[in-house]
Unconditional design. Sequence first.
Length: 159
Amino acid sequence: MKRIGVTGHRAIPDSVLGHVEDGLRAVLGSHEGPLEALSSLAEGADQLFAAIALEHGAGLTVVIPSEDYEDAFEDAGALARYRGLRNRATQEIRMDFARSTDEAYYAAGTYIADSCDRLVAVWDGQPARGHGGTAEIVAYARALGKPVTVIWREGVTRD
């Protein structure tokens, strides 16, 4: 079984959203045979990746950073999408953190990088804005020698 994990930005500008969706569909649709998708289901890239993976018949493994993770969702729509995707997961992994902190996010991101055969990064190429951010997880995966597919439109930066 091929295992593909995701890391990415929570905010994806409208000008790059279609490009990101097409890129995720291309990556997830290019594999034959069983596929497992690993995601923390954060707003933005994680939820988009998980939804497209499910469209392609992948099993979904959800990596939950902390006990209070749902409290980190400020947008009701994003929380509803999180719950809906989580209910469709075939497996759930929980990090051993009570609170949603940068350390918890880093642990979830490195777990995904450690556990996948390929990491997909919805990333503008800029430095991480905090510990556990996209750039840090990409660097971690590359240090492990994992293949990393970056999906973004050149010249566009996130808000």
